[in-house]
Design a protein around this ligand. Structure first.
Ligand code: ZN
Length: 293
């Protein structure tokens, strides 16, 4: 079970959200059978997406975070709900790139840097909110920091880390995101800059087993911060046979007729959890009848 913890500075001017996303990242690696570098890329996306989703206000709101950097892993997509539960997929989950010179996973080389980071917030309004920026570095944390500062004008610091065991299984995953709440207090900014300078790297802190509340409180040290709220978040796919039928119906009469004429079982696979839904010719004919146009 993942855990999200939020802390607020004593004067209310800085919010820090932190997450232990270890189980989420293990689950995405298992479901997608992803290579370590794609697990790292999707893992960072899910870690950030969960924190970003948790900033949504209402039940039913969703946030989609998408990066298409033109790299071997293709487009990376994460969908989060307002509680920070996430699901994700990549264009090519088996993509691989050479390790960096220091032996680390080269996430930017796998993601690519020639493209965009897009955030879609569906808050039940007529049109969803869409924000987009050109990718800053392809390392994801920097891109999200840039997104908030450019697109939403919220000064933000984002740190995301995935630590692997020697057998490429996930040892720990997590991150934190710090945001200044207007009106910005210069004195708080100074303290935070010092804290960030003195804090260990996110992977170093995860290696040591630091908990999300420790991450969130360390970042706000000296600001009289307290835990605001905390709850569990998981990797969760909400696909169902009914939803899949609606997608098939939306293909239109012609496409459905084609599937019916082929006379074979139609298999639809969910990109987010790899669950397979089978539809017989009879099922397709029934959907054709439900198809109104
Ligand atoms: Zn699914």
């Amino acid at each position: 079970m993942g855990k999200i913890v939020r802390t607020l500075s004593g004067d209310g001017s800085v919010l820090c959200s932190a997450i232990d996303s270890t189980d989420m990242v293990r689950e995405l690696q298992r479901l997608h059978n992803a290579t370590p570098v794609v697990t790292a890329a999707l893992g960072r996306m899910c870690t950030a997406g969960a924190i970003m989703g948790a900033l949504l206000k209402n039940e039913g709101d969703t946030l989609t975070l998408r990066i298409n950097g033109g790299g071997p892993c293709g487009t990376l997509t994460v969908v989060a709900d307002y509680r920070g539960n996430v699901k994700c997929c990549a264009g090519n989950e088996q993509a691989n790139v050479p390790l960096r010179a220091d032996g680390g996973l080269d996430v930017p080389a796998c993601v690519g840097t020639d493209g965009y980071l897009t955030v879609v917030k569906d808050m039940g309004l007529k049109e969803p909110y869409v924000g987009q920026i050109p990718l800053a570095s392809g390392n994801i944390a920097e891109d999200i920091t840039a997104y908030y500062s450019i697109s939403e004008q919220i000064p933000t610091v984002c740190a995301l880390g995935i630590v692997f065991n020697e057998d490429a299984s996930v040892k720990a995953a997590g991150g934190y995101m710090l945001q200044l709440v207007p009106p910005v207090q210069d004195s708080s900014v100074k303290v935070i800059e010092d804290n960030l300078r003195n804090m260990e790297s996110i992977t170093g802190m995860l290696e040591k087993g630091l908990k999300p509340e420790e991450l969130a409180l360390n970042a706000l040290e000296g600001l009289g911060a307290e835990v605001l709220d905390q709850w569990d978040a998981v990797y969760y796919c909400d696909c169902s046979r009914e939803r899949t039928e609606r997608i098939l119906i939306s293909l239109g009469r012609e496409e459905l007729q084609k599937l019916a004429d082929e006379g074979e079982t139609t298999e639809v696979c969910c990109h987010f959890c790899n669950k397979k839904y089978e539809f017989s010719t009879d099922d397709i004919c029934r959907l054709l009848k439900e198809q109104k146009n």
